[in-house]
Design a binder for this molecule. Sequence first.
Ligand code: F6P
Length: 550
Amino acid sequence: MFGNKQEANKGKAWKKLAKHFRDMKDVEMRGLFRKDAQRAERYNINLDAMMLDYSKNRITDKTLSCLLDLAKESKLAEKIEAMFKGDKINMTEKRAVLHIALRNRENTPIYVDGKNVMPEVNAVLAKMRKFTEDVRLGKFVGYTGKKLTNIVNIGIGGSDLGPKMATEALRKYWAKDIQCYFISNIDGTACSEVLNKIDPECTLFVICSKTFTTIETLTNAKTCRKWLVDALGEHAVSKHFVAVSTNANEVAKFGIDTENMFEFWDFVGGRYSMWSAIGLSIALAVGMDNFEKMLDGAHEMDMHFKYTEHSKNIPVILALLSVWYNDFYNFHSNAVIPYDQYLQYVPAYLQQLVMESNGKFVSNDGEYIKYPTSAVVFGGAGTDVQHSFFQLMHQGTQIIPCDIIVPAISHNEVGEHHEILLANALAQGEALMKGKTVKEAYDEMRRAGKPKEDAKRLKKYKSFEGNRPTNTIVFKKIDPYALGMLIAMYEHKTFVEGVIWNIDSFDQMGVELGKQMALSILPELQSNASGISHDSSTINLIKTIKRLRK
Ligand code: F6P
């Protein structure tokens, strides 16, 4: 479907880039650095206490100017304005896209269908503040009067990954007596493992679901409700369950008092919702002041994104580089490596953000797309991943552009640990870029005293092609403000990619087919019923599983 037809339905700037690519495809970054002593200074952007170094990319000024033309041709400036204005840019669902309203710290009015959304946003933030303070101070207690110190977030996708990632990222800010748990998977193990660890009298369940119809979340919530009722009785429910949703009817049907519900709105996409009451678990763990600092950081990135010219705009540059690699070089993966243990869930979070947003094959004009859209995102915390998939990053036959995220200061400055970690982070970027030629590998072995024959035999194996791109994103420290900046940066990068690819980054219709089929297979597994006709493989799998479960 995609192949070499990338240029088919693209405009002038795209074609110019395709032509420029032919000049660039064999250009080596080593040479670019050698020729230009100012390269690192020119290709970096500072914003407050963060810095993006994008000099280790296969780009020249000409590349950047062509990419910026592409942004212009894609009407990026107009599209950014449309998002911030509350236009219904989620075209398929006819919805505004206003995660930026959730952290609109200047409180300027933002209208959807003629109504300013800010009073409601602020009211929910105030309700979150009151509730989280009451829980943390022991004013809102469990049914038997005990302090609620176990917070169990039940949700999946955007109702889990954001809170889980941010709560872990900010672990150093947790109240001393609070523990957070996350139940997402329908696998009964997820529920059982958490319930086995906690005391019902001290447990608050936060059920997060935008739709309140998601089978995993409702099944987990029902199991936890039964567990609580078995322990403390039906009357305890209102003291131990709160809900976060856009769907008050379903919340009430589930048996949660809507007084205990925190609202959000259909202009907030699930994967963009951690800034809303979906972040209640984060706020319970770190306190509302810290939660609002995270909103402040995101707002700073929003303002940078909205007002900074594209050539100095962090999310825009990151997105353009991503398009450059994905659509011209045909590098279809992107690794994200945070060198910070607390950021270990960032790659998982970004997988949903990026791939659910931009894994699309129909354009905003209703046409099948003939160029690659979202890259496959993966990653993990450094240095751990250096000892797993980095072999392929350095010597594999695929090239994987990579984001390296580094805090200059650790929350745990223990001995030399952080300096060793930092040295590794920087070394990976340099090694991926420079590589090591066959001759260099040979000479190095000879200098180390290896016999000629061995050095000859091993020189290719020990060489590195290099020329593998990285962005390095440096923060002073990962505090709530920095985390807000980091995540908002990736949200906007994802949006810009979607604009260039001319897709709706805010629906997720691709998740529906599997859900539908699961609903038809379920009764067949549970009884002898047979539903829609399946292929012979699925029929055989159903039979085998039923036999094994007997
Ligand atoms: O199945 C995908 C999805 O709809 C995600 O987009 C969403 O984040 C997740 O499921 C959970 O949905 P909800 O918050 O409505 O339970």
